[in-house]
Design a binder for this molecule. Sequence first.
Ligand SMILES: Nc1ncnc2c1ncn2[C@@H]1O[C@H](COP(=O)(O)OP(=O)(O)O)[C@@H](O)[C@H]1O
Ligand SMILES: [Mg+2]
Length: 240
Amino acid sequence: MIDVQKEVQTMEDNRIVVDKDTEEELNLDPEEEKLRNSKVDTKAEQYKCLGTGVTSAVFEGRVVINNCFKSVAVKLFKQPFDNLEGISTDAGFLKMLETTGITPKLFGILQRTSEGNHPGIVQELVQNSITLHQLIVGQPHFITKQKWYNIAYQLAFGLKSINEKGVLINDLNSDNVLVNINTDECRLTFIDMGHASFMHGKRFPMTTEEAIIYSHLAPEMKNGGETSESSEVFALGWMF
Ligand SMILES: Nc1ncnc2c1ncn2[C@@H]1O[C@H](COP(=O)(O)OP(=O)(O)O)[C@@H](O)[C@H]1O
Ligand SMILES: [Mg+2]
């Protein structure tokens, strides 16, 4: 478990920070202000890995807020994705989408340290969760037909709430949706805003071979076109 302890402002290394530009854009609340001077003890016991993706590995961690321990998910970026631009895109969109209630709350950005620790994002831990992909592959018996309908509804409603904020996820797939299997309604959380965009689409250049492999992408994306609300709906349909 990564231990995040509150430290004095003079602490240079291992600080959770939100860089100046992002901070202004994000309009931080006092909770995050406190977190900006928190310290991660990277010499802690064994880290529990919650999952890995193309850009990162995500670990369970702990942060102290108002003298209370809180469990968090620490997303540490691998090379070559460990640049501030990519990290603040992910973090910035999590912040922007917080009011939807369907994305993890953002606690802060973890700065690269002099010891070469990976930079990352500290976010709300989605308890008792597995990815939607794992749920689909596993088909556990306790997921009744009613629960599948409920999941489908949350997917559609969740995407609508995100798109209505002017945000395109651009990477909606069953690996980026977490399901809390301990709740009756199988509550969903949309994670990973690393490819998101605001008020405009994005192009993802790819080779013909890649276009064939990535069958879940909308045809216009494979042809070098921009993402849009339509390509988001294509991604939704692919999961259905
Ligand atoms: N907030 C979270 N709570 C619990 N597990 C998480 C959380 N965020 C990510 N994970 C786990 O880590 C994996 C990778 O996270 P993701 O943000 O998709 O990284 P990447 O950008 O590398 O794809 C997810 O599939 C999930 O298993
Ligand atoms: Mg992902």
